[in-house]
Design a protein around this ligand. Structure first.
Ligand code: ARG
Length: 443
């Protein structure tokens, strides 16, 4: 039986449709672990400050432990009759331990309770996000290390530009994710203050110890303004922004995996384990996982927009609007966590077709810039060299000859300075070796 909390003040029970609308347990049950953690710290502080007795504390503490155990073992079901997870656990505690349970909520409001729960959840999710991104970085490093010599065309405007290696290309993503890691840990630093003790909005007259609960829960200090404490969800917004940004990077990488695995490119082959087939076309192997990764960024963006829009018009301090924060938060965290696992698996198992990449790197007059640079080294001004090279490319296109195939006599018609050493200068491996590429690693 869930307690009927409002029966002292209300004449009538909440309409069932209103209860259904108001109740959040279907969503916020996911906070049960952090809620119990917060309550245990609060009870310990109440006891330390002489507000509850040793005996009451022991009952509350072990009662909360038994609830946690039963939830985790599947022996306790969340009741739909409860308004939210906080009321459910409090009511279950009183059912189990009797009157001591009724003292847990002394010097606390659900407003600072839910604020601390959400903050703890957000901090834990941030930590997991950083760990997962580090794991992703390791896989990217592995792929890069295996492809230090895999020459491929580098693109601008998706037109062949200059030769690069696949290692160079994939390590661009390592930089993006490194910035994401730094952004999340920076946001996490700002999350490290505890709102517990702010009460409903105006603190409490009990002699509580906010420093104690803050440190007990792993925060650095208590928050400084109680009204801000219960109405602040900046930490959720910040994490959701960071995850939306990660989603944008996932989406760009996914788009390349889709293009590069197409028949036209064939630069990579995505493993069967991370592909789907077609119900009608027997030959098909589709990059569905990469397409979904691309689409999931939209969910991550919309959760960020959702929470910011929800928060923008609410006056101080707590308002029920804020109950909706969890749907955005949980959805972004879950979307991110499954997305990154899929991406890690896909990158770890894909095959890089370096022969095909090298073949394509010979096309599209990829060494034209190096031809111009050759002329500059022979004393021409860059603009003149650029013009001459453009004319050579036009000639090559008309004769269907690559720059390596045009004979020296022909080059000399464009400029006297061309010599036999030119062909070495436009060789792909030579070009790559001459370029100054920075490397960095975790070690
Ligand atoms: N379920 C609520 C939430 O998540 C708890 C806070 C309720 N507070 C209140 N004053 N009604 O926001």
């Amino acid at each position: 039986m869930v307690m009927d909390l409002y029966k002292g003040r209300f004449n009538n029970k909440t309409a069932s449709i209103a209860h259904e609308f108001n109740s959040s347990i279907g969503v916020d049950y996911k906070l049960y672990r952090v809620d119990i953690k917060g309550s245990k710290a609060h009870a310990k502080m109440l006891n330390k400050c002489g507000i509850i007795s040793d005996e009451e504390f022991t009952k509350i503490d072990s009662g909360l432990d038994s609830i946690l155990l039963d939830i985790e073992n599947g022996n306790l079901e969340f009741s739909k009759d409860a308004e939210d997870i906080h009321m459910f656990i409090e009511s279950e505690l009183t059912n189990r331990i009797g009157d001591a349970g009724k003292k847990l909520h002394t010097a606390r409001s659900r407003n600072d309770q839910v604020a601390v729960d959400v903050k703890l959840f957000t901090i834990e999710a941030s930590k997991r996000a950083i760990d997962l991104l580090v794991e992703l970085e390791r896989i990217i490093f592995k792929v890069a290390e295996e492809n230090l010599d895999s020459v491929m065309p580098g693109y601008t405007h998706l037109q062949i530009a200059q030769p690069v290696t696949f290692a160079h290309h994939i390590m661009a993503y390592a930089q993006m994710f490194l910035r994401d890691i730094s952004r999340i840990s920076d946001a996490r630093d700002r999350m490290m203050t505890s709102p517990l003790g702010a009460g409903a909005l105006a603190t409490t007259t009990y002699e509580i110890d906010r420093d104690f609960t803050a440190l007990e829960l792993g925060f650095k200090a208590p928050t400084l303004n109680s009204m801000d404490s219960v109405s602040d969800r900046d930490h959720v917004v910040e994490l959701l922004y960071c995850l939306a940004n990660v989603g944008m990077h996932f989406s760009r990488l996914a788009e390349e995996l889709i293009i590069y695995s197409s028949q036209e490119f064939k630069f990579i082959t995505i493993a069967d384990e991370y592909s789907s087939g077609s119900s009608i076309m027997p030959q098909k192997k589709n990059p569905d996982m990469a397409e979904l990764l691309r689409a999931k960024s939209a969910c991550l963006y919309s959760n960020l927009m959702g929470i910011m829009t929800m928060l923008k018009g609410i006056p101080l301090a707590y308002n029920k609007d804020m109950q909706e924060d969890k749907e955005y938060l949980f959805d972004s965290v879950e979307t991110f966590e499954i997305s990154i696992e899929v991406l890690k698996g896909m990158l770890d198992t894909m095959v890089v077709n370096s022969n095909r990449m090298r073949e394509m790197a010979h096309k599209g007059y990829i060494n034209a810039t190096d031809t111009a640079d050759y002329l500059v080294k022979k004393g021409l001004a860059f603009r003149d060299a650029y013009y001459i090279t453009g004319s050579i490319v036009k000639y090559g296109i008309s004769e269907n000859l690559s720059l390596n195939e045009i004979p020296l006599e022909k080059y000399k018609e464009f400029s006297e300075v061309f010599e036999e050493d030119y062909y070495k200068f436009i060789d792909l491996d030579y070009i790559l070796n001459e370029r100054k590429v920075f490397w960095w690693s975790f070690s």
